[in-house]
Write a protein that binds this ligand. Structure first.
Ligand code: P71
Length: 893
């Protein structure tokens, strides 16, 4: 079955992100001392990576949505019914007792089925505490010799215990203590023996998924069995099954105790009201039950399980290669602290945890009883981290391992039975800090993506008339159509969105929005619009008199259209290099002052409406303008009294390119570069759907010209909405106000552009012709060089975009002859110099592994390029034909 192949990238995209914190080495030392060298007491905002897989997993957007449909009834809630059905479907057990978490389940079991003085043989060491309290022994019956399934029970030992001791129940854990998986064969044998002696088998299945994957991978006969079937088999082999909602189901709390035996169920039901809550909520909020129900069903999703397990494999492999002493646990690397720090006499676990936090801000904590001396688990929060991040966490641990001799001993000042009770004095040795170079966020929620077979993609493409605009998003695996409105919002943006007090006149969010943008641009008048083109519409109307010329550095479709609708004539004044996809010129977005001057000389300055100056020029390949060019254009225009208006849609990206490519700005933060850029203009239009990290919105700004601002406001009232919302939802204004602050985070913008460049490099290294140097928001494949045998009037870029989809499920966009259209005078195609396919990278949505998959797919198309022909129109709309046009394949001559 193909589903069992190790996946090479996430089978989903990122829907929302949560911010990471980056305390400095100095801050970490202070925080560690304040926490008395016990990392348990640190909080997530003091930590960069919290390597724990409980309660901080990423969830699907559907699971998160469940949070909002809790009916929170005391009795018989709908959410409980949903949960019951999910349990029946997923685990195959008929009866369910809800509990607040797995400790709640254990408490019920201990109260009803395990009398004081009895014995509960188990394959796990954790969780013994609760039974010790009631004078119940939990002997270890793990088979120490078992080679692969190290969590298997020693059957002879089990039998002896049942013969000799007062055994109340037989208990097992799937992936015992996070380290020891059990086989289905052993599970069945344990059950048979327990039943022989009239005892029930109970199983803690909090890590059932990891165990099921292990069975699929390693137990003979299960290689083709899907995870959901193995899970059901495990659960149905047990008399009683329970699990923690914050583990495999990726809930934030909650738990369930399930059985097929009505008499057991009745026992629990009578007791659950004592400890947990009513038998139809068991100490869970309605929303928790709803999330748990969805999580139970989703945790068995095959491709997701394979991805999470593959991450664990990769992470432990990298650490092993760095010689770090560890065991591969179910959800990460379980480090043997004694072997890691052999020079210490005591407190190995806590010394390791403290040192790792000190050098890298990573928390790995060994919970539980101090005397158990368990390994320090470095767990991967399910679906929340990218491989790049995990690689760096592994490198941080390896770097600590390299300087382990310097890790000092901790001096105990307070102690207890549990690790959270420990407190220490410590000293800071001379450990070299580890610096992360990563995106400053973790994955909060995911969105599953369409995975079709190649045959089905062929059909989908044909049905879409070879136009990627006409594909359904659900048929697309990796969507690189556009970076417009496709960003993943952050949890902070959602908090602002949710917390907003909406208004049909002036809102607080409006003032936040204006304040934030004034601060960033230095401009006084900030007008919200529903999109960029709305701002362009208004600017064009108030600035252009019919017949006037609007010089611009290339054009964007909507910008040019609005200039023309207002009676203007667009004139391209971009540098020549921009039209040459092979030129390596670093500032292909620059305006050619000679071209501009020639226009002024020819027509006179009063004939020029304004300069339309785009940052990070989209159609040129995402190419930046230099600071010098902006300054020179502004100085020139000042002399001739020609206003300069920026299209600042991708101004942060342009600013980062200046930071990268102009040595004078190598140390200047993006925020300050932006401020200087904006000085060299009189105002700007922005499609906020790009750099602003939001899904909708735009803005029109004027630096200081109040007269223009008032004229624009008049149009705003007529076309858009209130002057204080521009037709946007108040909540979106609030999300923008947060997004424009996040976009200025240098770590974010660096990682964003590095990702685009990474894709560019993969393609360049394989010889695929792309526009160089790679831009900031997209990689543009040069279809003329890719398909030199296809005439431009057979639309090579359109065809190439279609082939890329069929080959890989990646959706790209044509930017060439089809987009440029026909000359209205001659009716012939314009045949522009650039015949490109744009691979546009949405912000915060994809990982490097996605980029690798994109490159591999395109390289496969490249390798069969000779077999690819052209297209011809079967339906050609008059305006903006690229949106709706339909094609069929044409034999190339
Ligand atoms: C992009 C888009 C979205 C788009 C628009 C039209 C055809 C195809 C795709 C929109 C931009 C842009 C620049 C530089 C203004 C707009 C319009 N870009 N200026 O690249 O890139 O903004 O969509 O918010 O109205 O896919 P709007």
């Amino acid at each position: 079955m193909t589903c069992m192949r190790a996946p090479t990238h996430e089978p989903h995209k990122i829907k929302t992100v949560r911010p990471l914190s980056f305390p400095t080495p100095e801050e970490r030392r202070k925080l560690l001392a304040d926490a008395r060298f016990n990392v348990f007491h640190l909080t997530p905002t003091q930590i960069t990576f919290d390597m724990c897989s409980k309660a901080n997993n990423a969830v699907s957007q559907e699971q998160l949505a469940g949070q909002f449909i809790g009916d929170e009834a005391y009795a018989g809630s709908r959410n409980f019914e949903t949960l019951r059905k999910a349990v029946q479907n997923v685990l195959g057990h008929h009866y369910i007792c809800p509990v607040h978490n797995s400790l709640g389940a254990l408490k019920l079991i201990s109260a009803t089925m395990v009398p004081p003085g009895s014995v509960l043989p188990s394959n796990a060491r954790s969780r013994a505490g609760i039974f010790a309290l009631h004078d119940v022994a939990v002997p270890d019956m793990r088979d120490q010799q078992a080679p692969v399934f190290t969590g298997n029970a020693n059957l002879a030992q089990l039998r002896d215990a049942l013969e000799e001791k007062n055994v109340a129940l037989v208990g097992l854990q799937t992936f015992a203590d996070g380290q020891h998986p059990i086989s289905l064969e052993n599970l069945r044998a344990v059950r048979a023996i327990a039943h022989e002696y009239g005892r029930h088998l109970i199983c803690d299945g909090s890590r059932v998924i990891e165990n099921a994957w292990y069975i699929q991978r390693h137990e003979p006969g299960y290689a083709d069995r899907p995870i959901h079937r193995i899970v059901k088999e495990i659960a149905r082999t047990c008399d009683i099954f329970f699990l923690d909602g914050a583990q495999d189901p990726k809930c934030d709390a909650g738990g369930i105790l399930t059985t097929d035996k009505p008499e057991l169920h009745e026992t629990f039901m009578n007791e659950v009201v004592v400890y947990e809550g009513l038998h139809t909520y068991g100490g869970m909020a309605g929303r928790t039950m709803e999330m748990l129900a969805r999580g139970l069903a989703e945790m068995c999703e095959e491709s997701e399980v394979q991805w999470a397990m593959e991450q664990t494999e990769r992470f432990t492999k990298r650490l092993r290669e760095g010689r770090v002493p560890l065991e591969r646990g179910c959800d990460g690397a379980y480090i043997d602290a004694r072997s890691f720090l052999p020079h210490l006499a005591k407190h190995h676990q806590d010394a390791l945890s403290a040192a790792l936090y000190e050098i890298a801000g990573v928390r790995a904590f060994a919970p539980n009883l101090v005397r158990l001396e368990r390994p320090v688990p470095v767990q991967i929060p399910r679906l929340a981290m990218t491989n790049e991040q995990l690689d760096q966490v592994a490198d941080a641990i390896i770097s600590l391992f390299a300087q382990r001799d310097k890790v000092p001993e901790l001096t105990e000042i307070e102690s207890g039975r549990w690790r959270d009770q420990m407190a220490y004095h410590g000293v800071f040795a001379d450990l070299a800090p580890f610096e992360f170079a990563i995106a400053p966020y973790e994955i909060h929620t995911i969105e599953r993506v369409g995975v079709l077979s190649r045959e089905r993609r062929e059909t989908a493409m044909r049905e879409a008339g070879y136009n990627t605009f006409l594909l359904r998003s659900e048929d697309v695996a990796i969507d690189l159509l556009t970076d417009s409105g496709t960003s993943a919002m952050s949890t902070d943006q959602w908090a602002a969105y949710e917390g907003v007090r909406a208004s049909a006149s002036t809102s607080d969010a409006y003032h936040d929005f204006v304040g934030a943008l004034r601060d960033i641009t230095g401009y006084q008048f900030i007008l919200p619009t529903h999109q960029g083109r709305a701002a362009e519409h208004i600017l064009s109307e108030i600035m252009i008199s019919p017949g006037q010329i609007v010089p611009g550095n290339m054009y964007f479709t909507t910008t040019k259209l609005h200039q023309e609708l207002a009676g203007g004539v667009f004139a391209d004044v971009i540098v020549d290099e921009a039209h040459n996809p092979e030129s390596e010129f670093p500032w292909k977005g620059n305006i050619d002052l000679d071209k501009l001057d020639a226009l002024v000389q020819q027509h006179g300055a009063q004939k020029i409406a304004y300069i339309s100056f785009e940052h990070a020029v989209n159609m040129a390949g995402g190419q930046p303008a230099s600071m010098d060019n902006m300054r020179d254009v502004y100085a020139y225009c000042g002399q001739h009294k020609i206003p300069v208006f920026f299209d600042s849609t991708r101004f942060v990206e342009n600013a980062w390119m200046i930071h990268e490519r102009d040595p004078r700005y190598g140390k200047t933060p993006v925020r300050d570069i932006l401020r200087e850029m904006m000085m060299y203009g009189d105002g700007c239009t922005v499609s906020g759907k790009k750099d602003f990290l939001i899904n909708i919105g735009g803005v029109l700004c004027f630096r200081e010209n109040e007269e223009l601002a008032r004229a624009a406001e008049d149009r705003l009232r007529l076309y858009e909405g209130n002057v204080t919302d521009g037709g946007l939802a108040t909540a979106d204004l609030a999300a923008i106000a947060v997004g424009v602050r996040e976009m200025l985070d240098d770590r974010y913008i660096r990682s964003r552009i590095r990702q685009t460049q990474f894709l560019g490099k993969l393609l360049l290294d394989a010889g695929v012709p792309i526009v160089t140097p790679p831009g900031s928001h997209a990689i543009f494949v040069d279809a003329k060089r890719f398909l030199p045998h296809v005439d431009q009037d057979d639309y090579p870029a359109q065809r190439l975009a279609a082939e890329i989809y069929v080959e890989s499920g990646v959706r790209a966009m044509e930017r060439g002859n089809v987009s440029k259209g026909r000359d209205p005078n001659t009716g012939a195609n314009y045949r522009p110099a650039l015949e490109l396919v744009r691979l546009t990278i949405p912000r915060r949505v994809y990982t490097d592994d996605h980029m690798r998959a994109v490159a591999e797919g395109i390289i496969r198309v490249w390798n069969r390029r000779e077999t690819i022909g052209g297209l011809r129109f079967v339906y050609e709309p008059e305006k903006l034909r690229f949106f709706q046009g339909r094609f069929e394949t044409a034999q190339t001559t």
